[in-house]
Write a protein that binds this ligand. Structure first.
Ligand code: MN
Ligand code: MN
Length: 319
């Protein structure tokens, strides 16, 4: 290979260091101190001060990295070869202020702003869903209002929780108010559970969101839904925000606000793989709570979904 040929980071292989050894970066990638020169990066945001019920998502990034140690570079289902074309690294964690949500929001926006400013796509490991708002602020500052694919048991469009405006149940209400979203291209998938009022899902619909409740998806393949979603979102810059509680607690019970009757793991894979072709400008995987994840399966699933997100970024080649 000539000295000018581009070489890209590769995950550390299982024959170079046992998979249970070494420092637990995401997918055993090199850690980078700066986003300069990166096409995509994994970023941890260990914040759970916005949770309303079970805490623990602050430990999510560390546990997701640990469970990501088994993931190999090539996607045998889709043919995606993300490390052949993209330069990817782990940028470590945002040093959030665990005593102040508002200060943490500013720190998260500033960090993601630097990443996006370097032309690098952020793939963020939560943390609770509060973190989607400061990330969307940074994304919209660079790309303008974005389309959104939001997978969740909950719409997260409350106005206040316990009187507070910045919580894990309010990020998309704030995002609408702040003009960060193209509301006619927002899709919320997997919503379910009990509500405070019978019309809890009317507010997002009034904004123009497409709301797809979980029960409408039971026993169904999701490829047709994703065909429809891609046609509706088109070439608009798009953000993907995936709350692990969108998946049924049978598969992902290690989370703060579990709701029964959720998506299956194959459906979750169909959703992320169905984002191939969208102009994704960032993505997150939030609400993994290791203290409630006694088997590690929730973090394992979160790690794999983040890998699948990497596999559908623009520019990824398929073999
Ligand atoms: Mn959520
Ligand atoms: Mn949720």
């Amino acid at each position: 290979m000539s000295p000018t040929a581009r070489t890209t980071n590769q995950p550390l292989g299982g024959d170079e260091m046992p998979r249970f050894g070494g420092i637990a970066t995401m997918m055993r990638l090199p850690m980078a101190a700066s986003p300069e020169g990166l096409d995509a990066a994994f970023i941890g945001v260990p914040l759970d001060a916005g949770t309303s019920h079970r805490p623990g998502a602050r430990f999510g990034p560390r546990q997701i990295r640990a469970e990501s140690a088994l993931i190999r570079p090539y996607n045998l289902a889709t043919g995606a070869a993300p490390f052949d074309a993209l330069q990817v690294a782990d940028l470590g964690d945002v040093a959030v202020n665990t005593y102040s949500i508002e200060k943490s929001l500013a720190l998260i926006t500033a960090f993601h702003g630097r990443v996006l400013g370097a032309g690098c796509v952020p793939l963020t490991l939560g943390g609770d869903h509060t973190i989607a708002l400061p990330i969307l602020r940074a994304v919209a500052a660079r790309h303008g209002p974005v389309a959104l694919v939001h997978v969740d048991a909950h719409a997260d469009i409350n106005d206040r929780m316990f009187g507070e405006r910045f919580t894990h149940g309010t990020p998309f209400r704030r995002a609408v108010e702040e003009g960060l979203l193209r509301c006619d291209r927002v899709w919320q998938i997997g919503l379910r559970g009990s509500g405070y009022t019978a019309d809890d899902l009317d507010w997002p619909r009034r904004q123009g969101f497409r709301v797809v409740p979980a029960h409408a998806l039971w026993h169904r393949p999701l490829a047709p839904l994703m065909d429809e979603l891609r046609a509706a979102i088109g070439d608009a810059p798009c953000y993907l925000s995936f709350d692990i509680d969108g998946i049924d607690p049978a598969f992902a019970g290690g989370t703060g606000t579990p709701e029964v009757g959720g998506l299956t793991v194959p459906q979750a894979l169909e959703i992320v793989r169905g984002c191939a072709g969208l102009k994704l400008v960032g993505a997150d995987l939030v609400e993994v709570s290791p203290p409630y994840d006694t088997s590690g399966n929730t973090a394992l699933l979160g790690a794999n979904l983040l890998y699948e997100m990497l596999c559908v970024l623009p520019g990824v080649v398929r073999r």
